[in-house]
Design a protein around this ligand. Structure first.
Ligand code: TYM
Length: 337
């Protein structure tokens, strides 16, 4: 007899803010994993532009950055025929569910979020309500698509845990509605650190340009930034406690080449940091070059980009609206027909 049981794929969702060019940290911690997840999972990926306005944005610059981020997602290999790929603000259900979930989220929970504490310290003149309730909107981004997994870097784990709490709370209060998702954090690249201060995460908003590698940096810039990376005085490539700078470079090299820490130690045994840093820079530049080429082609065809955005928003809205209307009915709203 024919097997009629349908294998249903697990679902995954993730988003990235269009605030500046993504760094090697975004790429190794998140974006690269998205590409490899596309075959195994039913995926949805979005440019989280509504999140970006929780800090001040210059309108013309934001507009450009949204298109650029969308093009970059295509350039890394996300395939709009396999996955939902869209811009968050073009799917109104995100803002709508965000509000409904904000009303289920406690002040105390939001006050504990480390990203809120960091950002409110950095933007002391603009501690707005959106910055505070950011995790409720992020929970909406996720829960609308009922994913099993949320591929993110370490820094987003706390937000994912709050999302789980909100899903469980809603399911208990009303009735089972949301899949309770799990963060999906890859071992290598989960927390790429600053090249200048390896106790901090690599961030595109770092004032020191040498602290991060941007996905658009050319080969010379990449090599120069790695040559200037902070290490230590031991001059020995080994993975060990207290060697944050070298550990970070080894993790990057491992993430890009697939080599283990032991293999890297053997490869650079008896060689100085100079050789090692050049090898890391070369490997990173080689990984980014084909992406940069595809990106340039995509940015040259604005009409195609806009058409893909529109199609992505329509497809995503179809899925998102189903969840939203379920939620609204359960909460007691009268649904317009
Ligand atoms: P964002 O835009 O800051 O970063 C996008 C992704 O990159 C990861 N990442 C890193 N990973 C490793 N090392 C680093 N140094 C590093 N820096 C950033 C982040 O963990 C993230 O996975 N709030 C999110 C965006 C968002 C979202 C969502 C994510 C909005 N809605 C729903 C998942 C699901 C953010 O600000 O990521």
């Amino acid at each position: 007899m024919e097997n009629t049981v349908q294998e249903t794929k697990k679902r995954a969702l993730s988003c990235i803010q269009p605030t500046g060019v993504p760094t090697l940290g975004n790429y190794l911690g998140a974006l690269r994993n998205w590409v490899s997840m596309q075959d195994e999972f039913d995926c949805a990926f979005a440019v989280a532009d509504l999140h970006a306005v929780t800090v001040k944005q210059e309108p013309a610059k934001l507009r450009t950055q949204i298109s650029e981020m969308f093009a970059l997602l295509l350039a890394i290999g996300l395939d709009p025929e396999k996955s939902l790929l869209f811009v968050q603000s073009q799917v109104p259900a995100h803002a709508q569910l965000g509000w409904l979930l904000a009303c289920q989220t406690q002040f105390g929970e939001l006050s504990r979020m480390t990203q809120f504490k960091d950002k409110s310290a950095r933007h002391a003149d603009n501690i707005n309500a959106g910055l505070f309730s950011y995790p409720a909107l992020m929970a909406a981004d996720i829960l609308l698509y009922q994913p099993d997994y949320v591929p993110v870097g370490e820094d987003q784990k706390q937000h994912c845990e709050l999302t789980r709490d909100l899903a469980i709370r809603f399911n208990n209060r009303y009735s089972p509605t949301f899949t309770v998702p799990e963060p999906y954090i890859m071992k290598t690249g989960a927390r790429v650190r600053s090249l200048q201060d390896p106790t901090k995460k690599m961030s595109k908003s770092d004032e020191n340009q040498n602290a991060f590698v941007s996905m658009k940096d050319d080969k010379d810039t990449i090599l120069r930034k790695f040559r200037r990376a902070v290490t230590d005085s031991e001059a020995c490539v080994r993975y060990a406690e207290g060697k944050d700078g070298v550990n970070n470079l080894m993790e990057i090299y491992s993430a890009v080449t697939g080599k283990s820490m032991e293999q890297i130690e053997v490869e650079f045994d008896g060689r100085g940091y100079g050789d090692f840093k050049t090898a890391v820079g070369e490997a990173v530049a080689a990984e980014l070059a084909p992406i940069q080429e595809r990106y340039a082609v995509l940015m040259g065809d604005k009409a195609q980009l806009e058409a893909l955005m529109k199609q992505g928003a329509e497809r995503a809205s179809y899925v998102a609206n189903k969840t939203l209307s379920k939620v609204m009915k359960k909460m007691g709203f009268v649904i317009a027909r």
